[in-house]
Write a protein that binds this ligand. Structure first.
Ligand code: PEP
Ligand code: MN
Length: 353
């Protein structure tokens, strides 16, 4: 039996189709996934909250007995997405082993609370996807609702955040939000869902590998027997055999250094700590000057931003980044953040009565 509080082997592997479509498709996917020897939990969506009406919205309750067959035939625990209390009741009735709350539901505290209440007092493990918008509090808040209602086994699923603009990913990973979640709730296992992050097959492995290197506890990956013909999320699904290759090719590194590696790592970390101290001192000194400049500008009635001066600074940093083999994007993001704070400080000083 799966115990989310005690994951026997990292990564916990959850795989299965985006949607249950027909009994044959579900059973054949499960058979071939079981054959890979690389699956702990079988997933399939039967109630599908879709962005636009008219897309396939799931087979509904009809699909539950198919999943029960997967349990019996292939000895796999089964998981489905729930969005309402009545879904939970039906899952419990049929003996579904585990449920997850989808990204479109996590945004709604009423819905999460309703599901939490429906699960209270049962042994049903519940996984919570991040909300579609990059809001850490909403994700943490959803998890607090589950834990407060007494649910004993929970996990978080990182599936990326929707955004407008140029797209490599279907949903931008914004890894820092998942790391912040882990920092706030270190006891809650964190599962990565590369399928919904990528929305395409060619970069699934790269994202899954990154999750492993960030010490995630598990992976949820969509797999379909004929991915191109899938009724939902066709472009991101992979066959069970390609899924097996992907898992086989992952490098699972140790989460803790061995005894003989500790000294060297410790020395390098000490070096980092010293530099971080210096970085702090420099920032303190820099903001102090910003305060003095604010006073000067107030006295002499000058604007905070002098665009040409700012453009010079930005250009200088970008050139230096290129010469020092640092990412230009990172350096410009860093100096913009520092500059922003400096403006904020000057603004405070200048508007002080
Ligand atoms: C899914 O897992 O198929 C799904 C709908 O995911 P998400 O809630 O992450 O969009
Ligand atoms: Mn999907």
């Amino acid at each position: 039996m799966i115990d989310l509080n005690n994951i026997a082997q990292r990564p916990l592997l959850i795989a299965g189709p985006c949607s249950a479509e027909t009994e044959e498709q579900v059973l054949e996917t499960a058979r071939r996934l079981k054959n890979t020897g690389k699956i702990d939990i079988f997933r399939a969506g039967i109630w599908k909250p879709r962005t636009r009406p008219g897309s396939f919205e799931g087979v509904g309750e009809t699909g539950l007995p198919w999943l029960v067959k997967v349990k019996q035939l292939y000895d796999l625990p089964v998981a489905v997405e729930v969005a309402r209390a009545e879904h939970v009741a039906l899952c419990l009735e049929h003996g579904i082993d585990m449920v997850w709350i989808g990204a479109r539901t996590t945004v709604n505290p009423f819905a999460v609370q309703e599901i939490a209440d429906a699960c209270a007092g049962t042994n049903l493990p519940v996984m919570l996807k991040n909300p579609i918008n990059p809001d850490l509090s909403l994700w943490l808040g959803g998890m607090e609702r589950l834990i407060k209602s007494g649910i004993k086994q929970v996990a978080a699923i990182h599936r990326g955040f929707s955004f407008a603009g140029e797209k490599i990913y279907r949903n931008r990973p914004q890894w820092q939000i998942a790391i912040d979640f882990k920092t706030e709730m270190p006891d809650v296992p964190m599962i990565n869902d590369p399928s919904h992050i990528c929305g395409r097959r060619d970069i699934l492995h790269k994202v899954a590998q990154k999750a492993m290197d960030l010490d995630f506890d598990g992976l949820m990956i969509e797999s379909h027997i004929t991915p191109d013909l899938a009724w939902s999320d066709a472009s991101q699904q992979i066959t069970p055999e390609i899924y097996a290759d992907l898992i086989r090719d992952l490098i699972i590194r140790d989460t803790k250094p061995a005894l003989d590696q500790r000294d060297e790592l410790h020395r390098m970390r000490k070096e980092i700590d010293l530099l971080d101290d210096e970085l702090m001192q420099i920032l303190i000194a820099r903001m102090d000057i910003a305060r003095r400049i604010g006073l000067y500008k107030k006295k002499n009635n000058l604007t905070i931003l002098q665009t040409s001066r700012w453009m010079e600074i930005l250009e200088k940093f970008k050139n230096r980044a290129a010469n020092a083999q640092l990412s230009e994007e990172f350096i410009s993001r860093m100096i913009k953040t520092i500059h922003d704070e400096s403006i904020e400080i000057q603004e405070n000083v200048m508007n002080q009565k």
